[in-house]
Design a protein around this ligand. Structure first.
Ligand code: KIV
Length: 244
């Protein structure tokens, strides 16, 4: 699984992955905000539409933004809005056992839900930072309980983020649904990365779990520099770029 926020990149990724997540991480890498919390439902719907347009045959999941799923009623109304206004196949909801009733309500109403347990980026302000889970017994047990509760509530799959590999492996063994890891070691059923991280385009910071498969930022800057230099010295446009 990979994230995408627009039709162009979604179309490039579509043939290479099983699922595309329109992650609320777009608020950081696409919108330049310090965390994911300020993205709106309207913005998520806009980007989900673009991704669905670019990858019409791919399973697309829309991340439900912070504050949009606080109650069962609100969550259902907002998820229905996503389904009405986009061609998304599923929504993703961050949170553990305390959100199980919300996941159940959506699943009971025909909305496929992906859970998200472990490190929860939407809790960054509440927890005072991005806290890796599973290093102590309390958080280890909590994530295990969270995963079991979200599966029992009817989620079709689960993202597990920012936990020790041992914890992710145990959750994967204990859950019958596919468990997709990010910063969770190699023993999960699948992996997800934020596209702009793995292509090396997002330079602000690089979490430990990110592998840059390309030095995108350098490639882009070099290309734009060449373009700018060629324009300034009159080398572009050349004859082959001109209409006859
Ligand atoms: O918002 C996002 O991109 C995510 C992934 C990191 C799983 O939730």
């Amino acid at each position: 699984m990979i994230t995408a926020y627009d039709a162009l990149f979604a179309s490039l990724f579509a043939e290479e992955v099983d699922m595309i997540l329109v992650g609320d991480s777009l608020n950081m890498s696409f919108n330049g905000k310090p965390d994911t919390l300020s993205v709106t439902l309207e913005q998520m719907i806009y980007h989900t539409n673009a991704v669905c347009n670019g990858a019409p045959e791919t399973f697309v999941i829309c991340d439900m933004p912070f504050g949009s799923t606080n109650t069962e009623e609100e969550a259902l109304a907002h998820a229905v809005e996503v389904f009405r206004k986009t061609a998304a196949d599923a929504v993703k909801i961050e949170g553990g056992a305390e959100r199980a009733a919300i996941v159940r309500r959506l699943a009971d109403n025909g909305i496929a839900v992906m859970g998200h347990v472990g490190l929860l980026p939407q809790s960054v302000r509440g927890e005072g930072g991005y806290k890796v889970k599973g290093r102590d017994e309390k958080s280890f047990e909590k994530v295990l309980e969270d995963a079991a509760a979200i599966e029992k509530a009817g989620a079709f799959s689960l993202v597990i983020e920012g936990v020790t590999p041992e914890l992710a492996a145990l959750v994967t063994r204990e859950c019958a649904i596919p468990v997709i890891g990010i910063g969770a070691g190699a023993e999960t059923d699948g992996q997800v990365l934020v596209w702009s991280d793995m292509l090396g385009l997002f330079e602000a910071f690089k979490p430990k779990f990110v592998k840059r498969y390309m030095d995108g930022a350098t490639l882009v800057k070099e290309a734009v520099r060449s373009y700018s230099e060629e324009v300034q010295k009159g080398a572009f446009p050349a004859e082959e770029h001109c209409y006859k």
